[in-house]
Design a protein around this ligand. Structure first.
Ligand code: PSU
Ligand code: MN
Length: 304
């Protein structure tokens, strides 16, 4: 087992058997501009505390896996230049070479499993990109959900992705996709899409029981909980469609590829919507954090 540096708060929560919710750090370093990124990260941590659980933001700092960051570490990470974006493939290399990296959904799930944490809140997962039939750009997040036993609460997949193909890959990989409180699969900035979610659940207790049942059946992998953005914060899909199309065609024209695609699209959409995309993003992440805290507490109740 590798060395893990726990924050003081997470260490105390583990000792007390409190519910813990994992948080990623790529959303801080590559998903939002400074200084909103650190403000949001601190706010989301507080939302989890207010909802009765303890936050554990993951990152690799100078070759050490951190589970939970002290406030000054969060500040430093949010301002640092050139932090790597690490997924399953890069994480061991980053640790082995003493590097510093922010964890994607996939890497955060791996860190959560190592730390014994079962629930994780984020904004949107990576998925199958538009044009994947030629680029083959499919996020490692999808395969991680198939093999690592963590329930991930997200607002569906970003509308920059090909949502039908993303759902197809999740189905092929045997990942339960659970819409929370509605039938349709939410589309990140919009609460509804015209796609029906494969599963629907209406309570955190049901989601916790489904997680525990998967464990009891010895099935690998986790669950994706698709939690719709609060209605008052959403952006209409038809308003965003031309913006997404423009950002995508700029990415294609500039030859943006690999792990740079998602950060490029998010920052162009932020500019093109004059910050509206970020306001919505913040609202949905906070909403996901609150739901994840409830699921984590229900899972704790089951274990007792
Ligand atoms: N959700 C957001 N902002 C982000 C991401 C998700 O609201 O920046 C990040 C997550 O870390 C996710 C990653 O795992 O984008 C997916 O990147 P890729 O498509 O390269 O796998
Ligand atoms: Mn990719």
């Amino acid at each position: 087992m590798i060395d893990i540096q726990y924050s003081s708060e997470v260490l105390a929560a583990k000792a007390d058997g409190q519910a813990i919710v994992a948080l990623e750090s790529t959303i801080i370093t590559h998903g939002m501009p400074y200084p909103q990124n650190v403000e949001v990260a601190a706010q989301v941590e507080q939302d989890i505390r207010d909802a009765g659980a303890v936050p554990a933001t993951m990152a690799v700092i100078d070759g050490v896996l951190h589970v939970g960051l002290e406030p000054e570490q969060l500040q430093a990470l949010g301002q640092a230049k050139g932090v790597a974006k690490i997924s399953r493939a890069d994480m061991p290399a980053c640790i082995a070479t003493g590097g510093t990296g922010a964890t994607t959904v996939a890497a955060t799930m791996i860190a959560a499993r190592l730390a014994g944490i079962s629930v994780f809140a984020t904004g949107g997962i990576g998925g199958v990109h538009k044009g994947a039939e030629t680029s083959f750009d499919i996020s490692a997040d999808l395969m991680e959900l198939a093999q690592t036993p963590v329930t991930v609460v997200a607002a569906g997949a970003k509308a920059i992705l090909d949502l039908p193909k993303t759902l197809e890959v999740l189905e092929t990989q045997g990942v339960p996709v659970i819409a929370y409180g509605q039938d349709s699969f939410p589309a990140f900035w919009s609460a509804q899409s015209d796609l029906k979610a494969p599963l629907r659940m209406d309570t955190p207790a049901d989601i916790a029981r489904a997680h525990a049942t998967r464990q009891a059946m010895d099935l690998p992998g986790g669950q994706l909980v698709a939690n719709p953005i609060p209605a008052d914060a959403q952006i209409a899909a038809e308003d965003l469609a031309p913006v997404i199309a423009q950002a995508q065609s700029e990415a294609d024209a500039q030859g943006v590829a690999g792990k740079d695609v998602t950060p490029f699209l998010l920052s162009r959409i932020f500019e093109l919507t004059e910050g509206r995309s970020l306001t919505a993003n913040i609202a949905l992440v906070r909403n996901n954090a609150r739901l994840a805290a409830k699921i984590a507490q229900e899972l704790n109740n089951l274990a007792q």
